[in-house]
Write a protein of this length. Sequence first.
Length: 291
Amino acid sequence: MGKIIKKHFRLIVQVIFVCLTNGYLYGFLKGKIYTGKTKKICLPGLNCYSCPGALGSCPIGSLQAVLDGRGYRISLYVTGLLFLFGSLLGRFVCGFLCPFGLFQDLLYKIPVPKLKKQKNLPGHRYLVWNKYLILFFFVMLLPFLVKDITGLGKPWFCEYLCPSGTLMAGIPLVALNAGLRKAAGLLFAWKVFLLVMIILSSVAVYRPFCKYFCPLGAFYSFFQKISLYRFEVKTDLCTKCGKCQKVCKMDISVWKEPNSRECIRCGDCIRECPEHAICKKIHFQNKQSVE
């Protein structure tokens, strides 16, 4: 039993966290969105506010909501929570606490005859920068600058691009509400098309949305080298055998850059290292850390 838990520890944590943060079962039964007090709390992962079971809010959706308001004001509560999650955990959030990350992990595990599983899409080294463009333009710039006649903007990423919102909110709500089914039009069809493309690519390629499109992962990546929780390579033990990169589904040369912007802290490299040269650290200061 202990070996099974150890082997699947990350998956267990992912499932538990998703269930805890999307545990409003009545919402799934009735097609209604939970509006209780906890909905004001931003969750760390890409967890859609409109998901019938969601007990909290998506940080990207919340950020856009405060950026698209009147007066060009920015909420210190929302930005403060994002900085807190980033400074404490970095992209550990992506690996352990994001519902859409779990969804992609499960899709990649699906065995498909004659399909060769891949780590990356062609042009990976250039495509990884796409998520930063999405963060800058669709999450920050457009909601902040483009306003309608009433002085309000739109949540551009959530409305036009986010597949997590389509999966967790759009499809369940449309399926459970006759009025929404009648109102669903071209935009909903476009969002479903994007979701289907992500689903199909996720079966063959590991976490394509996380690697190339997720603005939340892009934001947390800025904290990788300074977050409280980090990875460290013991240079006196490391032989640069490359086994860490071989097992890494994010395709990172861990011995060169243990705190890469692309690392989701899954821990596969730690388990695979034959020399036990890679370890997890909690850094309180630059020169002081504990395992």
